[in-house]
Design a binder for this molecule. Structure first.
Ligand code: G4P
Length: 532
């Protein structure tokens, strides 16, 4: 079934795709919302709290747990499900309290993001960090204020906070009718209708019944009571007069965030959100400045993530490829642009919500999981037409550093192999300490990466290590002549070499970094290796 698609077919396939990631602070409800998106997409028929789900949260991806516990086939990296005539690709951003480069890279493969906010907590630190990455890429960001079935902050206050903290105006597409146990519905500002949710008989397992009312329907006043009804009317009027008008162009440029209210737990507001999101979020063909025209018939894509040993029974390594143009067909050939080498793109795995299988065809916006015998690097471009430039995947400077101490010195070779592979995956960065007997030092963006490192070295490479933490906060690659020995003598700096033997200096704190900047105006202190 893999005949060459016509231009019309390509346009249709690309047009119906939406590829996005959910960004949030842990516990805001990402897992719950994901489950509800599947419910509304028809991929599962009954949602419900999975009791043990949270216990093992750190060990396995949330989705993998869902997969095991309810028979849904999902990868830890992408979930594809249909919604009406659309095809949705939801990319996973790790949900734990820590951070890795992986999360950032995943955003490079998304065309938009959904920012999930707990109505009682507002903008939390991890949301802010992730939002900044989206802003850097001018990614359209949609705000979903969750847990409206609990008493939280006032909606107007949350709007203001998003504007003040994140610097993006949030434009409510709907407005909550009540809050906490009185959260009865949302007012759809475009349709000028109230959507009332029926709370009888469902605890969020099934799709919720709704009823549409006019704002001046007496039924609404009787449900809310005169005081709350008055207040809701006032707020809605205030939004009309004082709020910024919705502008799709601005949304698509990442200059305005459409805002929605709901409760992923009770399903209230999930459908209105999903429908508006699909309408407003860009398809791959509508993304600003794509690296290549997505409806170009020739296939192209880029590697945004490499993950080794996903299946402990086979030593496999999977390269995740975001398709940027054309049609992928099973076992097709394409060139790895960096090496000008022809590859057979084999055994792709794509995990559908209801049916695991290998993919026969896929289009721009989709994600392929290709078996990787060691060919790919993050950012690599593959193409079977004119080469497409490699994707500029953001890199982040490590902020945590540890000396690696090997428990059994005879396992050094295995250690090096493990460190090599894990650094290629982007779990950690590896440095050497040339002034102290070439000690191996690892750097990571988030501290949890060290736990992952120790665990994976032990279980996948059979190497036990102890990591001794170093009290440094910043790493800077140095461009310009400098006296390494002098920097090494200071207590507030340490000189290392990266894998390409480039000098890199660690700084103990802000003071140290500023001090060196002021005293060496001739040196360039770069957060990433020169030329990247
Ligand atoms: P995460 O993936 O973002 O970390 O969050 P997750 O969905 O696991 O949700 C975190 C907690 O918040 C869970 O409660 C979940 O049930 C609850 N939650 C999610 N959405 C809503 C909502 O709309 N309203 C309310 N009231 N709660 C919500 P938990 O007790 O920690 O775990 P569980 O036993 O319910 O799984």
């Amino acid at each position: 079934m893999s005949s060459t698609p016509t231009q019309k077919q390509l346009e249709r396939e690309v047009g119906r795709r939406r590829t996005f990631a959910i960004i949030s602070h842990p516990d805001a409800g990402k897992t719950t919302l994901t489950e509800k998106l599947l419910l509304y997409g028809g991929a599962i028929h009954l949602a419900g709290s999975v009791k043990s789900r949270r216990a093992a949260k750190h060990a396995v991806s949330d989705w993998m747990e869902m997969e095991q516990e309810r028979g849904i086939s999902i990868t830890s990296s992408v979930l594809q499900f249909p919604y009406g005539k659309n095809s949705i690709n939801l990319l996973d951003t790790p949900g734990h309290a820590d951070f890795s480069e992986d999360t950032y890279r995943t955003l490079a493969a998304a065309d938009s993001a959904v920012m999930l906010i707990d109505c009682a907590k507002g903008v939390e630190p991890q949301t802010e960090k992730l939002f900044k990455v989206c802003a850097m890429r001018k990614l359209p960001v949609f705000t979903f204020v969750n847990k409206m079935d609990r008493y939280g902050r006032q909606p107007l206050e949350l709007m203001e906070e998003i504007d003040n903290v994140l610097g993006i105006p949030a434009v409510p597409i709907n407005w909550p009718i009540g809050m906490g146990k009185d959260f009865k519905g949302v007012y759809d500002r475009r349709e000028e209708k109230v959507i009332l949710f029926d709370s009888e008989g469902t605890h969020g397992e099934a799709i919720v019944e709704t009823e549409k009312l006019d704002l001046d329907d007496p039924k609404l006043e009787s449900i809310l009571g005169p005081k709350r009804y008055e207040k809701t009317l006032e707020e809605i009027e205030l939004l009309e007069i004082a709020g910024e008008p919705f502008d799709l162009e601005k949304v698509r440029n990442g200059e305005q965030s459409p805002m929605f209210f709901g409760s992923a737990m009770t399903n209230f507001g999930v459908q209105p959100f999903l429908e508006a999101f699909i309408e407003m979020a860009p398809s791959p063909g509508e993304v600003k400045d794509p690296p290549v025209e997505p409806t170009r018939p020739e296939f192209s894509g880029f590697v945004f993530k490499i993950q080794a040993n996903m299946n402990p029974n086979h030593r496999d390594r999977i390269a995740f490829v975001r398709i940027t143009s054309g049609q992928y067909t099973r076992d097709m050939h394409a060139k790895l642009v960096r090496e000008d080498r022809e590859l057979k793109l084999s055994y792709p795995q794509q995990f559908m919500a209801s049916d695991r299988g290998t993919v026969d065809e896929a289009y721009a916006g989709d994600i392929l999981g290709l078996y990787d015998p060691g060919y790919f690097k993050i950012g690599d471009s593959i193409s079977n037409g004119d080469p497409v430039e490699a994707k500029d995947i953001p890199r982040f400077s490590p902020e945590h550093f540890s000396v690696v101490e090997l428990k059994d010195p005879l396992r050094r070779k295995q250690l090096e192999k493990g460190l090599d592979q894990l650094s290629e995956e982007g779990t950690i960065q590896v440095f050497r300490q040339p002034h102290l007997g070439n000690q191996t030092i690892v750097g990571a963006v988030g501290i949890l990466q060290f736990e992952v490192l120790t665990h994976r070295l032990e279980h996948e490479y059979n190497v036990k290590v102890r990591l001794r933490s170093l009290q440094f906060k910043y790493a800077r690659w140095i461009e310009g002549e400098f006296d390494e020995a002098k920097f090494e003598r200071q207590d507030y700096t340490m000189v290392l070499k990266d894998k390409d033997d480039l000098p890199i200096v660690l700084f103990r704190n802000d003071w140290a970094l500023n001090f060196v900047k002021q005293n060496h105006p001739d040196l360039k202190l770069l957060p990433n290796p020169p030329g990247t």
